[in-house]
Design a protein around this ligand. Structure first.
Ligand SMILES: NC(=O)c1ccc[n+]([C@@H]2O[C@H](COP(=O)([O-])OP(=O)(O)OC[C@H]3O[C@@H](n4cnc5c(N)ncnc54)[C@H](OP(=O)(O)O)[C@@H]3O)[C@@H](O)[C@H]2O)c1
Length: 264
């Protein structure tokens, strides 16, 4: 099975921490050159240097780009020149999750922001990077969404709404890019031990007046595997979907949730 990414270049969004960072390491470990994207320059510089120290393939060359995915002008201004300079074969669309809270109390601007940061940012990136993928004959687009695509989660109304839109956008894009051999797939993480999850645990523990440990244990108990996932376990699915071996998988959503989603 060919899972080598030697000679491939990846743009990984939300790569300063959590699932995006782990995805950058996973892709790099298979030989890809990675451009890390997020807003925190210091973190990105340190990860990029660390990746450079762990090169596994000749010509591997990592760098980073400070970019606000909530700003379409910033995306166009910074990605356009990059896309003319080099070919990106792999794009990981990933960003911070929308704020939690009851949907009835959500403000219109929360929906607009989340839509912009997830759907529109991904759309712009695909518009800018897909011509290079088509020209090179290799393209893998992987979107980090959420299990809420299958079963909306309580207390995450804005997120649930945005994730549904993102999954529909991805399926439409998958069908249009399939004739070029470019795949578009979604990874749906369950509870994954990252800063995002820790902040949600904190919010929900406060709401229920329990300790964060009690809240985390109650959540883990809903997972058949009895534990949260690690960012690396999500990243392994991302790396496989990015590989040559995954060429005939497109337009699909893959749950990586320890069995938590009960549907089949
Ligand atoms: N962890 C879970 O249990 C879980 C479960 C299901 C779905 N998810 C979803 O998976 C995605 C990643 O989750 P995670 O847990 O890895 O989150 P995380 O630890 O909060 O990391 C989010 C990443 O996105 C970047 N980011 C946030 N806003 C950005 C912006 N406006 N522009 C550019 N980069 C931005 C952050 O970097 P900077 O702050 O440096 O910009 C960071 O690198 C999120 O959409 C999350 O909701 C997570």
């Amino acid at each position: 099975m060919n899972i080598s990414l030697t000679g491939k270049r990846a743009l990984v969004c939300g790569a300063s921490k959590g699932i995006g960072k782990a995805s950058a390491y996973a892709l790099s470990s298979l030989g890809a050159s990675v451009t890390l994207v997020a807003r925190s320059a210091e973190e990105l510089a340190s990860i990029s240097a660390d990746l450079d120290s762990q090169r596994v393939a000749p010509g591997q060359d990592h760098d980073f780009l400070v970019l606000d995915l909530n700003d379409p002008d910033d995306i166009s201004r910074k990605i356009k020149p990059l896309a003319t300079e080099r070919t990106y074969h792999i794009l990981v669309n990933n960003s911070g999750g929308p704020a939690s809270g009851p949907i009835l109390q959500a403000q219109p601007n929360q929906f607009v922001d989340a839509y912009q940061q997830h759907v529109l940012a991904s759309h712009l990136l695909v518009q800018l990077l897909s011509p290079g993928m088509i020209h090179s004959g290799y393209g893998r687009i992987i979107n980090i969404i959420s299990t809420s695509v299958r079963a909306p989660l309580d207390g995450l109304g804005v997120s649930n709404t945005t994730r549904g839109a993102m999954a529909s956008w991805a399926k439409s894009m998958a069908n249009e890019l399939a004739p070029h051999g470019i795949t578009v797939n979604n990874v749906l993480p369950g509870f994954t031990d990252t800063e995002r999850l820790r902040s949600l645990v904190q919010v929900w523990a406060t709401e229920k007046n329990v300790s964060t440990d009690q809240q985390a244990q109650a959540m883990a108990a809903t997972v058949p595997m009895g534990r949260f996932g690690t960012p690396e376990e999500i990243a392994n699915a991302v790396a496989f979907l990015a590989s040559p071996a995954a060429a005939y998988i497109t337009g699909t959503s893959i749950l990586v949730d320890g069995g938590r989603t009960r549907g089949i």
